[in-house]
Write a protein that binds this ligand. Structure first.
Ligand code: NAP
Length: 315
């Protein structure tokens, strides 16, 4: 089978197509014929060597965590999925590599795809969608009628976060640039802040939850807009923020929390249900064939994606 590989740390231009044996599913695993995958910032960050001190990569390495495809074989004692089912999911950090024609995956990381989604739409959802869900629901403890600010509302994580927050019954304000205002409104945001206009944040809020997917501004920029019991959730444990997370509880009811996507079938099924009900859609920034995975990663590196960058594995 064909797969894309990095042989050593480097930029997307170092990716090469390789022919490798089709893997065999072990106990509790499924073999999936991948129809589509998606790229996330972690893919280029891991293979550039940026995270080598915390997440070293073993080469050759096949990028990508997200997949949507069809179950072609089941290992012994595999339960919860059937042969021939259309499934989607996210591979765990210790076993990623979805940029390939076939991959094996533990059944715990797979769910049945919502019937109304294409493979490409479903492939965008797992990593970014579970990050958004777990940030809002588990770290932010968002409930109906609360006010939430989503920073980076047009990006991979942010565009799902806007829709999930609406589905949870929240009042949503999205932060994006001028060119993405219509998109973010179309996802259901009640209000939009255009970050290119440098508006004073004091005009907005207070928010019960600020979910920052961009993390380009210091916490002090957002703090005045955080409600008395507000929670600020970040995707990146920067040193200054860790300090705030430790000191804020000493003198206030506000909290700083971090989220790290944890793949699991229940959350995939929840997101699938929202998609099935028409409450969650994937905005597709661009689609790249497997052989041009480097172009997908380069597009991700620009930091300008609107929604998800998709890899079409099966044409
Ligand atoms: N901890 C975890 O488990 C986890 C999981 C997923 C992602 N992450 C991290 O979270 C970050 C976001 O991931 P992603 O997949 O959403 O990235 P992404 O899709 O590449 O985000 C791009 C979007 O960010 C917007 N943006 C850039 N600067 C902005 C600003 N100052 N204010 C508002 N929006 C801005 C861009 O809009 P414009 O072009 O209009 O500026 C673009 O739509 C990455 O650093 C990623 O590594 C962490």
């Amino acid at each position: 089978m064909k797969t894309m590989q990095f042989k050593a740390y480097g930029g997307p231009e170092q990716l090469v197509m390789a022919e490798v044996p089709t893997p065999q599913p072990g106990p509790g695993q499924a073999l999936v014929e991948v129809a589509a995958s998606a790229v996330n910032p972690i893919d280029w960050k891991l293979h550039s060597g940026l995270l080598r001190w915390v997440r070293p990569v073993r080469f050759p390495a096949t990028p990508c965590f997200d997949f949507a495809g069809e179950v072609k074989a089941l290992g012994p004692q595999t339960t919860g999925i059937q042969l021939g089912e259309r499934v989607f999911g996210m591979l765990p950090m210790r076993a990623y590599g979805a940029a390939a024609e076939y991959m094996v995956v533990d059944a715990a990381y797979v769910a049945v795809m919502p019937g109304n989604l294409s493979f490409q739409e479903a492939a965008g959802l797992p990593l970014a969608g579970m990050t958004a869900l777990q940030a809002l629901r588990d770290q932010g403890r968002l409930v109906a009628k609360q006010r939430v600010l989503i920073v980076g509302a047009s990006g991979g994580v942010g565009h799902y976060a806007v829709q999930i927050a609406k589905a949870l019954g929240a009042q949503v304000t999205g932060v994006c640039s001028t060119r993405n205002i219509d998109l973010v409104r179309s996802l259901g945001a009640d209000a939009v802040i255009d970050y290119t206009r440098n508006e004073a944040m004091s005009q907005h809020g207070p928010f019960d939850l600020i979910f920052d997917t961009v993390m380009s501004q210091a916490f002090s920029h957002w703090h005045p807009s955080l409600g008395r019991d507000g929670v600020y959730v970040s995707l990146l444990p920067q040193a200054g923020l860790i300090l705030h997370s430790l000191t804020l509880p000493l003198y206030s009811r506000q909290r700083v929390r971090f989220t790290f996507a944890k793949p699991n079938r229940e959350d995939l099924a929840y997101l699938g249900g929202l998609a099935q009900n028409g409450q969650l859609r994937t905005v597709i920034d661009s689609v790249h064939p497997l052989a041009e995975l480097h172009a997908a990663l380069q597009q991700g590196q620009t930091g300008r994606a609107r929604g998800k960058i998709i890899v079409a594995v099966k044409q």
